[in-house]
Design a protein around this ligand. Sequence first.
Ligand SMILES: Nc1ncnc2c1ncn2[C@@H]1O[C@H](COP(=O)(O)OP(=O)(O)OP(=O)(O)O)[C@@H](O)[C@H]1O
Length: 299
Amino acid sequence: MIHVRNLDKYFDNFQALKNVNLNIQKGSIYGLVGSNGAGKTTLIKHLTGIYKQDQGEIKILGEAVYENSQLKAKIGYIPDALYFFPQYTIKAMATFYKNIYPTWNQERYEKLKQVFEINENKKIHKLSKGMQKQVAFWLILSMMPEVMILDEPIDGLDPLMRKKIWNLVIEDVAERQTTVLISSHNLKELENICDHVGIMHQGKMIIENNLDNLKSDIHKIQVVYKDGFPTELHKKLNILHQKKTGSVHLFIIKGEQEKVLSTLRQYQPIILDILPLSLEEIFIYELGGIGYEIENIIF
Ligand SMILES: Nc1ncnc2c1ncn2[C@@H]1O[C@H](COP(=O)(O)OP(=O)(O)OP(=O)(O)O)[C@@H](O)[C@H]1O
């Protein structure tokens, strides 16, 4: 559905995107995460046809998106910095959308009034930041796009509204096989709704995978050995992080789970537990593994 191949983008001499690849299947909810300045918004602006790449290929529904207005009409986009026409009310903005997007669904717009509970005759620029985000979702959900691209979409929304909106997005994906890309620093929420994740850092896509596969390749393990941790294990395992509390060693180890466990078992541990690993932890340790200062990561 969305395929990006070897994408490069320069701003003057600065290379913001370096050989980026991205693949999103139809009906998938894809979480795009990364360190600050990694290139997420720049990538998204290519997917929405705002920027033209210097190198590489971008295909959405099999077509190039740049200067392709027919394809753009199938893509619903919530940018990180929202823009509405000055002086427009919600109703006027909805009419504008109705005229532009052939898939606009007035019935849905009317139904969603009950979810958002904002008077449609209000001028959008007079609404709070969070309410403006709600309006953006109200409009995008009513335009029934094939693809939704959401850049930091939940910033400024209260927890209840975030939950309501995610439910609407998930329902939409289930009913219509919408394809969704969400860029966010809120990894806890992304983890609950995404099936695939791409992690960016310094202009590169460093990992792209199904969330379950990502979790099956990295493990949090608590282990206790009678005579302390056998030092030779350091050579046999890909340890991304470790911490010792009393006799308990906590490790983040990359690799196939069975192999990791059998290696640890060779030295007869007294305790060997696998603990659940969150997307937030995967993000921290994967980036830590490529030399990014863990302390610098801002969520
Ligand atoms: N129009 C531009 N001109 C010059 N440099 C730019 C421009 N837009 C982005 N950049 C640079 O490209 C890099 C990537 O920026 P981008 O906004 O894509 O990052 P991001 O991953 O979305 O970051 P954040 O999580 O902080 O929002 C940054 O170093 C940024 O300064």
